[in-house]
Design a protein. Structure first.
Lengths: 374, 298, 297
């Protein structure tokens, strides 16, 4: 089966809003691709353009070699699971699943085979005679998936399918989705604003903001080597600490921290420090003074919020300039310690920062200057 | 969203017909659409009787007695209109209709608000039974009650007066139903707060609830106006003296007397239709909402 | 005033009744009482002036033997059988056409809705002239395509159908408004899902939209039928039941009986027969409506 390609795709709505700008990426056959980003970043619009529910303003989308820009939705061999499921309320579950096949003139017995196959795979066979109004949220979601699967499409589109489920169900369905993909191997595009879903489910992740693709890569790569401030601040929970610093002569200074970094050009920079890379300092390491404020034990770790001297920046969205967040003298930092380390509020300590864990970003554009090492 | 905006939203619980429907990826506002070929003839069919009426009203008698019909009059006979006013107590009919309609609308707004509020918010003895009884009258066709109502109105000495047209219609179940439904949708905390502050029930109704009820009051007013202005059967039964007639009734006597004066008849008709059309254009939203709501109630 | 009297006056029961009283009193006097009185009248022989005389079921027994009554009921049936599909179907067609966002849609919507607000008499006058057998625009236009000329309201074969055409014109806008609201209530996502599923425009309309319009259709069919049975104004104004008895309808009959011939008891019986027909239709509506409940939650 062919892969799916975006080639410089843009979408401009009447009225001037540009929802997607110059978007290019190639999805391999059978790949599970995630479009992730905050609300309004264009991920759903990009998805809908693949489905044919939005017209493409410029650029092309192709399945294999075939450009599908002008194909109507029904001709694209694509199935979609909508955020609110869009189940036909006046039809039974069986009829919902069978509808697409019936409209494509499939013979009745073949329809029955397919519908029963999919419904037993998803565990909804006892629901076949019910109507959507009689189902729970999780059941409806599975019916929506079934309706898409029953068509055995070339590509599978999911628009925030877990957002209407409660937390426990969400985790369970996440696992089900992954297993399903491993089993069926259909090319999938999955849209979400939740970066946890993005990290756990995708083969590759496309981080978007303001209609622009910020970074494309495997989840771990995007986590370990964010390409710019936006990705750095968006991926990872608790989020990366972004500290303003000044680089001079290979040393970055922020507050009481002096950090020597190889190949560091002079100028305004932003240091990215992941919470789990901040440890209580032992002698000899570059460190900064840290005043503990709030301690949140998690069970498998401890999240400690505190302040250091310095200024934070807000991760920008899209083309915005990098902005300092607080005007004060102290910056709020989040660290993640081992569960055994539990400082008390008010305690002062020093945090060690290993240079090879630090991401350095251009203070003006937000692009990465020095990527962190392994 | 501010509280009053929320409330206004619950009043417009119907999809806004005045706005345009959802996204259509293929016809993002094309200048030409095949649908024009359907819509234009449809609109034409709907409007042609009225257009033709207006054209005829501006012709001379001779022009009307012409076949094939003259589509463009050679001159505009505005005096047809003044002639109508001279030949029949048209102005009187207009005034009668206006008086009756305004009083009936006002009465409905007042009495149905009071009753609607009581049914919505006040628990009183027999409330639910009485409400069902009121609702039941919505289903009863007029011809069932018209004979006894005639006798009652006669006993009250109102026959052949405007009172006959006003009194029986001062409060209707339609208004009570709409208003009660609306009042129930308002957050009760507003009224409770006002009462704790010392307002009487009457005060709560007039100072808190009614000011928030603009749209539904407008809908009741507009639908009641339309029904009262256009009513024919009841005035036919109760009014005989031409001086007391309403427009609809007067038009029929005019037609009886001027059967062949088509140009005058059309002029009279145009004059009778203008007020309602004007009101319609001004208050479209409420007409449409009122009509669509009567669908929901069914 | 003593405390207890004041307390009673402030009690919800008193206040509630005080608020409701004017409207309820009016409705009772001019609504409930007449309903009951009419029922009683149907068992009487009365001319609205002298004392009525009780005659039991005689009025009702006379109905099936009354040729004029039977004619009027047949006409009511024909009227409904044509008026309902034409106005409801036409309304649906108009609503689908009006459910677009193309330029000028506002104008088209207004144009379709305007006939609804024009009174029955004004409409009748317009069409009286439009359908004039000698000078009317309709005969001229039909002549251009080789049809007619027709007598319309003056023809005993065509009068009823001409009136039906006229009233369909007057009511299509109402049906269109209801359907338009219902169409806009169909979630866009459902239509998109159906597109992806592979349905074409007609398939989507037939399998998704139309069923979801079910409640609106049910309401309009019942409402239009009830309206059709009660038609009066247009008939009275245009033909008075003629030519001959070609357009005789029940309400016209009962009007003449009560107010022209003074046979009010019999008229009341006819009114009650119509009422029963309407109640049956309403019950059917409620029953079918319940079985249709699948509204998306």
């Amino acid at each position: 089966m062919p892969g799916l390609t975006f080639d410089r795709v843009s979408k401009e709505f009447p009225g001037g809003t540009v929802a997607v700008r110059d978007f290019s990426l190639a999805i391999a056959d059978g790949e599970f691709m995630i479009f992730v980003g905050p609300s309004g970043c264009g991920k759903t619009t990009a998805l809908r353009m693949v489905a044919g529910l939005e017209k493409i303003t410029s650029g092309t989308i192709s399945i294999g070699d075939r450009v599908i820009n002008d194909d109507s939705p029904r001709d694209r061999d694509i199935a979609m699971v909508f955020q609110n499921y869009a189940l036909y309320p006046h039809m039974t579950v069986y009829k919902n699943l069978a509808f697409g096949l019936k409209e494509r003139k499939m013979p009745k017995d073949e329809i029955a085979i397919r519908v029963n196959g999919v419904s037993s795979m998803l565990g909804i066979d006892d629901l076949l005679t019910r109507r959507p109004a009689q189902l729970s949220g999780g059941q409806r979601q599975r019916v929506a998936m079934g309706r898409a699967l029953v068509r055995e499409p070339a590509a599978f589109l999911l628009d925030e399918p877990l957002s209407n489920l409660d937390a426990k169900l969400r985790a369970q369905v996440r696992g089900d989705l992954k297993r399903l993909h491993q089993r069926l191997g259909i090319t999938t595009i999955y849209v979400t604003h939740d970066q946890v879903e993005a990290m756990t489910l995708g083969d590759r992740v496309a981080v978007m903001s303001n209609g622009v693709l910020q970074q494309l890569g495997a989840p771990q790569d995007v986590y370990d080597r964010p390409a710019n401030l936006f990705v750095a601040g968006f991926i990872g929970s608790p989020p990366m600490n972004l500290l303003r610093a000044e680089a001079r002569g290979g040393v970055a200074s922020a507050g009481d921290l002096s950090l020597p970094i190889a190949d560091l050009p002079d100028g305004d920079v932003v240091l990215g420090l992941r919470p789990e890379h901040l440890r209580p300092a032992t002698d000899g390491q570059p460190s900064m003074e840290f005043q503990v404020e709030v301690v949140e034990p998690l069970g498998d770790g401890v999240i400690v919020h505190g302040t250091v001297s310095g200024t934070l920046v807000t991760a920008p969205s899209g083309d915005d300039e990098v902005l300092p967040r607080l005007a004060g003298e102290r910056a709020e930092i989040t660290t993640k310690f081992e569960p055994t380390l539990r400082p008390s509020p008010g305690e002062r300590m020093r945090l060690a920062i290993a240079p090879h864990h630090v991401h350095v970003f251009d203070g003006r554009t937000g692009d990465v200057i020095v990527a962190a090492g392994a | 969203m501010s509280m009053s905006a929320e409330i206004r939203d619950s009043a417009g619980a119907l999809p806004a017909l005045e706005k345009e429907s959802g996204r259509d990826p293929r016809s993002d506002r094309f200048v030409f659409s095949w649908w024009h070929l359907v819509l234009f003839p449809l609109a034409f069919l709907m409007l042609i009787p009225m257009i033709w009426m207006i054209i005829t009203s501006l012709q001379t008698l001779n022009e009307t007695r012409h076949f094939p019909p003259i589509l463009v009059p050679s001159s505009i006979q505005w005096q047809n209109y003044t002639e109508v006013l001279q030949r029949a107590p048209f102005a009187r009919w207009f005034l009668n209709t206006l008086v009756v309609t305004v009083v009936v609308v006002a009465g409905n707004l007042l009495f149905c608000s009071l009753a609607g509020y009581a049914f919505a918010r006040i628990k009183f003895f027999g409330r639910d039974v009485v409400f069902i009884l009121v609702l039941a009258t919505l289903m009863i066709p007029f011809q069932v009650i018209m004979i006894p109502t005639f006798i009652i109105v006669r006993k009250l000495g109102l026959i052949d007066t405007l009172g006959a047209l006003i009194v029986p219609n001062l409060a209707g179940a339609f208004g009570i139903f709409l208003l009660r439904q609306f009042f129930r949708s308002l957050p009760i905390e507003l009224e409770e707060a006002a009462r704790i502050d010392g307002a009487s029930r009457l005060g709560v109704l007039f100072k808190i609830v009614l000011p928030l009820s603009g749209p539904v009051l407008a809908t009741v007013a507009v639908i009641t106006f339309l029904w009262t202005w256009n009513d024919f059967l009841w005035p036919l039964i109760t009014i005989y003296n031409p001086d007391n007639m309403t427009l609809q009734l007067g038009l029929t006597t005019f037609q009886g007397a001027h059967q062949t004066n088509t140009h005058l008849l059309m002029a009279a008709n145009v004059m009778s239709v203008i007020p309602v059309l004007l009101l319609f254009f001004v208050a479209q939203r409420f007409f449409i909402r009122g009509i669509a709501t009567s669908g929901l109630k069914g | 005033m003593s405390v207890s009297v004041r307390r009673i006056m402030r009690s919800d029961h008193v206040v509630g009744w005080a608020f409701a009283f004017p409207a309820v009193a009016l409705i009772v006097v001019f609504g409930i009482v007449p309903i009951v009185w009419s029922a009683l009248m149907s068992f009487q022989k009365t001319n609205l002036l002298s004392t009525p005389e009780w005659i039991g079921l005689d009025n009702y027994r006379a109905l099936p033997k009354d040729p004029l009554f039977k004619t009027s009921m047949v006409h009511a049936f024909i009227y409904a059988a044509l008026f309902v599909p034409l106005s409801v179907g036409g309304g649906l067609f108009a609503a689908v056409a009006l459910n677009r966002h193309i330029r000028g849609i506002r104008f088209y919507r207004l144009a379709v809705f305007v006939p609804v607000v024009v009174s029955t008499i004004a409409t009748s006058i317009m069409f009286l002239w439009l359908f004039d057998p000698n000078f009317g625009l309709a005969n001229w236009l039909l002549g251009l395509v080789g049809l007619g000329p027709f007598g319309f309201f003056t023809s005993s074969d065509g009068a009823l159908y001409s009136i039906i055409a006229m009233t369909v014109w007057g009511w299509i806008g109402f049906d269109a408004i209801i359907y338009l609201a219902a169409l806009q209530g169909v979630p866009n996502e459902l239509l998109e899902a159906a597109q992806l599923d592979g349905a074409r425009s007609w398939g989507i309309f037939r399998n998704i939209t139309l069923p979801l319009l079910g409640p609106a259709t049910l309401f309009l069919v019942v409402f239009s039928t009830i309206n059709a049975i009660q038609v009066f104004d247009e008939i009275y104004f245009l033909t008075k039941g003629g030519p001959g008895t070609a357009t005789y309808v029940p309400v016209l009959y009962l009007f003449k009986l009560a107010f022209e011939q003074g046979i009010a008891g019999y008229a009341a019986a006819i009114a009650y027969v119509l009422l029963v027909a309407i109640l049956i239709l309403t019950v059917i509506q409620l029953w079918v409506g319940k079985r249709m409940v699948y509204y998306a939650s």
